[in-house]
Every structure is written in structure tokens, then in C-alpha cells.
Design a protein around this ligand. Sequence first.
Ligand code: FAD
Length: 274
Amino acid sequence: MSHISIEFFPPKTPEGAEKLRAVRKTLYALKPQFCSVTYGAGGATQAGTFATVGEILKEGVDAASHFSCIGASAAKVRLELEELKAMGVKRLVALRGDLPSGYGHGGEFHYASDLVRFIRAQMGDYFYIEVAAYPEFHPQAATAQSDINALVAKVREGANSAITQYFYNQDAYFRFVEDAVAAGVNIPIIPGIMPITSASQLMRFSDACGAEIPRWIRQRLHSYGDDVESIRAFGVDVVSKLCEQLLDGGAPGIHFYSMNQSNAVMQISKNLNL
Ligand code: FAD
């Protein structure tokens, strides 16, 4: 079977950490190639990321720490890379990240490609580096082509693999991969898959990150109102079909944005016979 990886965010409370342990235990049945933990997203601390990454490694599963660089000094980045190496972490998801609105563009890193270059210069080939890719294009990209060029730059600096922002339109993914390959990208581009479990949450995230929710999905979700069961059943159905089409069309695997929940990911994986 092709690659499966699963993403978590660092829990903010001891109860959340306990719940996430149970979720991970369930999801390990899928034998993920690695599990990753977000960094700094939504104001979460780096300590929470590293602690969760450490737990996953102790559970005998390969773990990737997300790592964002915007606003950070080179000295701080170097220290944190050393800390991750000392923990035995071998995988990173190297990102620019986002500064809270109101902050300028401080720090020594401007783009994720600067971070990838820095990691390779400081740590050689020790880390396997994943980077982000955007089939529907990053909201700040000047043009579609410049966003593809941004991925090309990350590959040139030494990225090993890419994970995409989530999307619900497989044509956007296939066209993006075609164009990226034509521009010289020669690393796997793994589709990032966001299960649909809550209409309001999905709309909120998607507005912020520029992922398009097709009108037909919005309208269906809207028509279910507060009927959570119907939303979940519809979500599993739509996302299972999306994954099936992606894998049939040659996608090298799937990266699940689990949102620290196991049900939807398990059901989708079952539908796909993963
Ligand atoms: P970059 O690749 O640097 O791109 C950012 C923007 O700059 C793009 O518009 C690009 O086109 C443009 N650009 C790049 N290079 C140049 C250049 N040389 N000249 C001009 N323009 C350029 N955020 C978190 O805070 N924590 C996380 O853990 C996290 N995990 C993520 C995981 C995945 C798989 C994905 C897809 C996103 C994740 N994010 C996370 C969100 C990410 O940090 C944001 O999308 C951020 O705005 C961009 O990060 P990037 O690494 O894609 O940046």
C-alpha cells in the first residue's frame, strides 16, 4: 500500500493529551509511515509540539515535528534543531508559518526555502524534510506560477517530499502535480486530506488558508443544519471518494489531517481498504 501519514496538533490540557493517546492508539492500526505534530499553529507552544513528538517516538512510531521559521532567529532555530536531533527525531515538516496580524516581517527567515537551506547547511542530510505545497495556491502567492516556483525553490534547497494543503477538487491536485513536475519538481507530492466532521469548523479553517469548499459541498452541509450524524456520514462518503480518485490517479499516498480525532480517518481508511 502507498504511504499513509497522520497529523496531530499538540493538546493544550492533560485531558487533551490523554484523549490524544487513545486516538493515536486507534490510528496506529493503519500502520502510518509517520505521525506529525504541528508547531506554533493557533498559538500553540513549541514545548507542546516536542512533547507530543517525543511520546509518538516512545510508542515506536516514526514522528515528524513541524517547524516554522517566521519571526525566529537563526540561533533559536539551530538550538531547536539540535534538541530535536538529541530526541532522535529524524523528520521535519519545514514551514514558513504565519505571523499574527500586526507583526511585521521580522526574523532572519522570510520563506520556507530559507529554512530548508539553513537546515541542510547546519545539519547536513540528517533530517528527512517535508515541505508544504498548495494545489489551489497559497493565499499570498503573487501568481499560480510563482507559487509553483516557491515549491521548486524548496526542492532545490533540499526538501525530500511535499505534503499539500487540503482540497476537495482532485483536478486541482493533478494539474498542480503536472505543472510542478514540468517545472522540475522530482519529489513525491502527497495529498493532504481533511476529513469533514463539522461544517462550521471546516468553513472557518478554509477561509483562513485559502482552501476552496466547492459550492455543492457547502450547500449540502448547510442543508444538514445541526444534524451532526448526517454531516459525518456525508463527509466520510465525499472524502473516501476523493481519496479513491487520488490514489487511482497515481497519488503516492495520503496525509490525514486528523484534527486529533480517529473516527473519520478510520472510516475513510476502511472504505479504501487501507
Ligand atoms: P512558503 O513556501 O515560504 O510560501 C509562503 C508564501 O510566499 C507563498 O505565497 C509563496 O508563493 C511565497 N513565496 C515563497 N518564496 C518566495 C520568494 N522567493 N519570493 C516571493 N514569494 C515567495 N503553519 C503553522 O504555523 N504550523 C504548522 O505546523 C503548519 N503545518 C502545515 C502543514 C502543511 C502540510 C501545510 C500545507 C501548511 C502548514 N502550516 C502550518 C501553514 C503554513 O505555515 C502557512 O500556509 C504559511 O502561510 C506558509 O508556509 P509555507 O511553508 O508554505 O511558506
